[in-house]
Every structure is written in C-alpha cells, then in structure tokens.
Design a protein around this ligand. Structure first.
Ligand code: ZN
Length: 442
C-alpha cells in the first residue's frame, strides 16, 4: 500500500503533468466522470468577445513564422499535448491539492506560483479558471485558422482497491470540463479524457468519453497509480483497441528513485502490455526523462527511459502502433543526445507528434537556446527572433523552435530537422465519423 502523500514531489518541472502535480488544493467534490452526461460549459467560462488587435510583430519574427508555417497544413497541426488547469472557482469542477496554496508547504506553494505565471494568470484575477482559459484562447488566436489543441482532463489517483485518493491527487480536471471547452470551440479545441482503469465505473466513463468525442485517453501511471499490466488496465485497453482510441501514457521520469512512490510504473517497457492488446499508444515526451529498469536484461539494471522507448520503437511488432509526442523534448532538462536522436531518427518521424505541454513553454528557465546552439542544433542567428517570439507567445515559440532545429549537413540551415509529418498530428488523432455511433460505441 502506498503511503507517500506527495507522489509527485520529485518531478518538479520535468513534465507538465509532473509540474502541475505540484499545483493546487482540493476544493470541490468529484462529479465529473461519474456524471450521467458530459455537461455544458459553465456560463462563467464561455468565450469572451473578440479582443482588440495586438501590435504588429517585428519583421524578423514575421519572417521566421512565415518560414515555420511554410509547407505545413495548419488544419493538420493539432497540438497533441496541452493541459487544462483550474481551481474550481468558476464552475469548472477542477481542483488542486491544498498544499499548493499553503505557504508552509513552500515547494508546492512556489510551484503553483510558477505555473500560474507560465499560464499568464494573475493570482488576483476574479477567477483563476477563467483567466487560464482566456490566456490560452488569446495565444491560440495567433495561429492560422485550422490549428487545434487537444486539452487534457486528469483523473484522480486511485489506490489498488479502486478508491479515489484525494490525498494523492495533486490536481484534478474533470472529463466534463475538457469536453465542454472543446464542444464550445471545436474549431480550436478537442479534448482528451482521463479515466482511471481501477474505477468501478471505468467502462461507463469510457462510453461517455467516446460519445462526447474524446480523441484519446491520458494516463500518468506514476502519479495516478496505474499499473499497465494490471488486469483492470488490460480490460480497459481491450475496450480502447475495439474503439480505436489511442492511449497517451506518460513514461520515464525526472530524478527517479526506483522503488520509491510509484515511479516504477512509468517504465516504458510496460507499454508492451497495452500494445499487445492492440492499443495505439502515444508515449508522452518519448519517455525522454529519467531512468527505468531494463526488464529485458538478465540482471536488473537501470537504463535511460528514452533508450527503452527507442527499443520499443524499433521492435517491428509495434511499428503501426507505438507513437511518441515531442512535447517538452527540447527543454534544457533533456540531454543533447536525446535531442540529436529525435532529430536524426527520420524513420521515426511519421510516428512522432507535435505537442507543446502547455503551459510549460511559458516557464523561461526550462529552455536554453544557447545550449541548443552549443549542441549545433540551432542557428545562433535565430536567437533574437525566437526570443522575441517567446516573450510574445510561448505557444508560437515552442512550435517555431521545433521547426528551426537542424542536425547534420554542411551548414545548419542545410541540415535536416523534424519532418513535416511530425506536425501532421491530425493524421493520428482524427476519429472517423463512421466509427462513432450515437451511444458512443465504436
Ligand atoms: Zn504534460
């Protein structure tokens, strides 16, 4: 039985889920996935009137953006990894762990302030949930029409007996809330459900998510206490495979200490369990942080989680089934060898998905453009426009940075970067209309 009340304490800012795992406090009772239907958006969170136009961007930034979008279809550019967060102060049903609002828990308290700052949210705003959403809407408006964001719900942690554990749940975003935001602005947003497979009503929740148009399911095994090999997880995976709904799984970790907490559940090799059940699996961040046990080795040993992910990517059985998202991949806490591998493995690019891990691109210290220049992956001439873009719109910055990285070639500009296929995320996530029946079954 797990006793650690702060399962994510060691993640700090490694992944958005992990960062957000230090976020907020418990305010509202859970009514989301157990609700009979996915509810309508609370009026307090409805889209605001169109804003006044922003000042024009400097010409160098405009030129950079034009080059970044050149050759891409904006309608295929779906950000596969974006977080909804909130405290439940406007009817969203979101909640956060109380330690994140208590100054006598300084690490959690500071983490909350960092995330709010990255999200452009003023703590004094009349509603934090409203401010978070309005800021995201404003950033999104700078993209061409057609580009969309997959907004993640986040279910509570459950214990091995399937009971909700609010004391382990550092934040909670109801399926119903994510569905309502996407439903109100379908030209910009879609949504990803989060359903703990140990819940008694997991099958019913999945039916509702399918009926509500969810494009995937998201699990964070180490934080949520999900063993991918558990019979309940496998039964859930069989349903996902039947519905052809992808499963997004966070694997790998930062500062992992195997055996403590549930970090061992983030082992990328555990992905074989859902893959064997026929599920399309998207490994968040390509498992690019931390170490995990090499369960294939005769003697247990630690290997970089990314290496284990790479092993699975190269196993022929999973070629049409295992994918990875490149969100957070080029932050400074990843090694240059990981950056280089992702750029060089062009044979993977058709299986990699662009994602921002919003709101993390708004946390300046997470990125080091000079480290990318030192690794000879970024042309130093691009630093001024990228920095200007970062100050203006962290989502555009994150996208442009990924488009600017190059490896190999006589000059960096001549080298190869992430293929346009990485930015055609729609190809992996769109649900054919014919697959969804009125009751949500595939
Ligand atoms: Zn994330």
């Amino acid at each position: 039985m797990r006793t650690n009340p702060h399962p994510n304490r060691r993640h700090v800012l490694g992944c958005c889920a992990a960062a957000a795992a230090g976020l907020f406090s418990s305010l509202l009772a859970d009514d989301s996935a157990a609700a009979p239907t996915l509810r309508a958006m609370p009026p307090t969170l409805a889209p605001p009137p169109p804003p006044t136009p922003k000042p024009a961007l400097p010409a160098a930034v405009d030129d950079l953006l034009a080059r970044c979008f050149d050759g891409l279809d904006p309608a295929a550019l779906w950000d596969a990894h974006a977080h909804l967060l909130g405290v439940g102060d406007a009817g969203s049903g979101c909640r956060i762990h109380e330690h994140l609002t208590q100054w006598w828990h300084p690490v959690e308290y500071v983490r909350r302030r960092v995330i709010l700052g990255a999200s452009g949210v003023d703590e004094a705003a009349p509603s934090i949930d409203r401010a978070y959403l309005d800021r995201l809407r404003a950033l999104v408006r700078d993209f061409p029409a057609g580009a969309r964001w997959l907004l993640y719900a986040f279910d509570d942690a459950h214990d091995d007996r399937g009971r909700i554990r609010p004391d382990w749940s550092t934040f909670h975003v109801p399926d119903a809330y994510a569905a309502s935001i996407a439903g109100a602005e379908p030209d910009r947003f879609a949504w990803v459900a989060s359903i703990h497979p140990y819940r008694e009503d997991a099958a019913e929740c999945l039916q509702r998510a399918l009926a509500g148009g969810a494009l995937a399911i998201k699990w964070l095994p180490s934080a949520m206490n999900i063993d991918l090999r558990d019979p309940r997880s496998l039964a859930f995976c069989e349903r996902l495979a039947a519905a052809d709904l992808p499963l997004i799984v966070h694997c790998g970790e930062e500062h992992a200490v195997p055996g403590a907490g549930r970090d061992e559940l983030g082992n990328p090799l555990h992905l074989r369990a859902p893959l064997e059940r026929g599920v399309r699996v998207i490994a968040a961040h390509c498992a690019s942080l931390g170490q995990a046990r090499d369960l294939d080795a005769p003697r247990l040993r630690e290997r970089p989680a990314f290496e284990l992910f790479a092993r699975l990517m190269d196993e022929p059985a999973w070629r049409g089934r295992l994918l990875g998202d490149v969100s957070a991949m080029f932050q400074r806490n990843r090694s240059a060898s990981v950056w280089r591998a992702v750029l060089e493995r062009s044979d993977w690019h058709g299986r990699l998905l662009h994602g921002s891990d919003y709101p993390l691109p708004g946390i300046g210290p997470l990125y080091s453009l000079t480290a990318l220049v030192r690794a000879q992956l970024l042309d130093p001439a691009l630093l001024p426009p990228l920095n200007a873009l970062r100050a203006r719109n962290p989502l555009l910055f994150d996208f442009a940075l990924k488009r600017c990285l190059r490896v190999g070639g006589a000059g960096r500009a001549a080298g190869s970067g992430l293929s346009p296929a990485v930015f055609d995320t729609r190809a992996h996530l769109a649900r054919p209309v014919s697959k969804v029946s009125p009751d949500g079954t595939a």
